[in-house]
Design a protein around this ligand. Structure first.
Ligand code: GLA
Length: 379
C-alpha cells in the first residue's frame, strides 16, 4: 500500500516527498456499545489499514483521490460541507476542524479494511487524515486531539453519534496489546495479548452493517434516556459506572422493558470487560470464550444490535468443540464475528459453517486472518 500511494501521488500530483501515514482498523475483544455509555472497552488495532499520502499544494483547496473508488474531488476550504459521498464526508469532517491552521494539500489514499465489516474503516480514514495533516503542517496534535477530530467528523459529517473507541484504538493501538479504556476518565492501560495454545479468529458475515441507519443513534438515545431516569431516582449516580444490577432491579418497573434491557446490557457488558481482562491474565481461556458468547447474547437479546445471520453464525460455530466463544463485533446489525478457538486448523470448521450458511441465507463467510498490530504512524 505504501508504494502504491507514493506512486499515485507522484504521478497524479507531481508530489515527490509526501507525508505517508498508515492508520489501522480495530477489533474489540469486549465492550460493545459501552463507549458512548461512558463505560469500558477492550479494543486492539489490527493488520488492516488505510494508507494516506499527502503533500502541500500552496492553494486554498484540497484535491483528494481515492485509489480504491477511482474518484477524485477538489474542494475549496470555503466550500466545505457534508454531501452524499461517505468517504469524502469523513475526510472533510476532519479538514473542516483544522482549516484555519492548514494550507491546501493533495492527497491520495487506499486501504484493505473490508468496508461495512465492523472493523472501523471510517475511523481509520479519519485518523490517517488527522495524523497526516498534523505532520504536513507541523500542528503537533496530541493523540487524543486526533482521536476526537475523527469522532467529531463522524458526528457532524457522517451523522453517526459514535463513541470514541474506534478512533482511540486506531491512534493509540500497539502491536500485540489490547487496550482497556475507561471511556469516562479517558484513561487506559495496555495489556499484553498472549493466548498461547489458542487463537483469535475473525470472519465476515458479509451482511454489511448499516451504522448510518438510525438504529445506532436510537440505541444511544434509548440508553441515555434509561440513565437519565435512573439518575432522578439515585441522585448520587453520575454515569453507568455507578450503576449495578441491584439498583437497576429496584427501578425495573418504572424504567420500562426497553430501558431495562438497554441498561442491563451496558451494566453486564462493562462487567465483562473486567472479567475478560482477569480471565486473560490468568490464562482462563474457556472463561474468556464464555464471556464472548455472553456478550453476543446480550447484544442479541438486550441491546438488539445483532441480526439473524450473525446470530445464526455464532449459534452454529458454538457447536464445534474447538471453539471457545464468539461474538459479533462493531456497530452492529451485521459485520464480523470474532472468536477464540483452540490452536488448530479452522478450515474444516469454516467449511462446515459456510455450507450451513449458504443453505440458509445464500451467503458465504470470509475468514480474515487477524493480527494485533501497531496503531497509526508515519512511514
Ligand atoms: C461503532 C462505533 C463505536 C462503538 C461501536 C459499538 O464501531 O463507532 O463508537 O460504539 O460501534 O461498540
Amino acid at each position: 500500500m505504501v508504494n502504491k500511494v507514493i506512486r499515485y501521488i507522484e504521478n497524479r500530483y507531481d508530489a515527490h516527498t509526501p507525508v505517508v501515514v498508515k492508520a489501522p482498523g480495530r477489533i474489540n475483544l469486549m465492550g460493545t456499545h459501552t463507549d458512548y455509555n461512558l463505560g469500558f472497552v477492550l479494543p486492539a488495532s489490527i493488520n488492516y489499514q488505510i494508507c494516506t499520502a499527502m503533500h502541500p499544494n500552496n492553494t486554498d483547496h484540497c484535491r483528494i483521490y481515492s485509489i480504491d473508488f477511482d474518484q477524485e474531488v477538489t474542494v475549496s476550504f470555503s466550500e466545505i460541507k457534508a454531501g452524499n459521498n461517505t468517504w469524502l464526508n469523513l475526510i472533510l469532517g476532519v479538514v473542516d476542524q483544522l482549516k484555519s491552521r492548514i494550507g491546501g494539500f493533495d492527497m491520495v489514499f487506499t486501504g484493505n479494511i473490508p468496508k461495512g465489516s465492523g472493523l472501523s474503516s471510517s475511523a481509520a480514514l479519519c485518523s490517517s487524515v488527522a495524523f497526516a495533516l498534523s505532520e504536513l503542517f507541523g500542528l503537533q496534535l496530541e493523540k487524543w486531539d486526533m482521536a476526537k477530530l475523527g469522532q467529531k467528523s463522524e458526528h457532524k459529517f457522517a451523522g453517526v453519534q459514535c463513541g470514541i473507541m474506534d478512533q482511540f484504538a486506531s491512534i493509540f493501538g500497539e502491536a500485540g496489546k489490547v487496550l482497556k479504556l475507561n471511556c469516562l476518565s479517558l484513561t487506559y492501560e495496555s495489556i499484553s495479548f498472549n493466548i498461547q495454545g489458542y487463537q483469535l479468529f475473525l470472519f465476515n458475515s458479509n451482511v454489511p452493517h448499516a451504522l448510518h441507519e438510525s438504529a445506532y443513534n436510537d440505541r444511544r438515545n434509548e440508553s441515555a434516556a434509561a440513565l437519565e431516569l435512573l439518575k432522578t431516582k439515585e441522585r448520587s449516580m453520575a454515569s453507568f459506572q455507578d450503576l449495578n444490577m441491584a439498583i437497576l432491579e429496584q427501578y425495573a418497573s418504572e424504567i420500562g422493558d426497553i430501558g431495562y434491557r438497554r441498561a442491563r446490557h451496558v451494566i453486564t457488558e462493562n462487567a465483562r470487560v473486567n472479567q475478560m481482562c482477569e480471565a486473560m491474565a490468568n490464562g482462563r481461556f474457556a472463561v474468556a470464550g464464555q464471556l464472548l458468547l455472553e456478550s453476543h447474547l446480550s447484544q442479541q437479546n438486550d441491546y438488539e444490535v445483532t441480526c439473524e445471520q450473525t446470530n445464526f453464525l455464532v449459534q452454529n460455530i458454538m457447536q464445534e468443540d474447538a471453539i471457545l466463544g464468539a461474538r459479533q463485533v462493531g456497530g452492529g446489525f451485521g459485520g464480523c464475528i470474532l472468536g477464540i478457538a483452540r490452536d488448530q486448523d479452522l478450515k474444516p470448521i469454516f467449511n462446515r459453517l459456510n455450507e450451513l450458511y449458504q443453505t440458509e441465507y445464500g451467503l458465504k463467510i470470509t475468514p480474515i486472518p487477524v493480527k494485533i498490530s501497531r496503531g497509526c504512524h508515519r512511514l
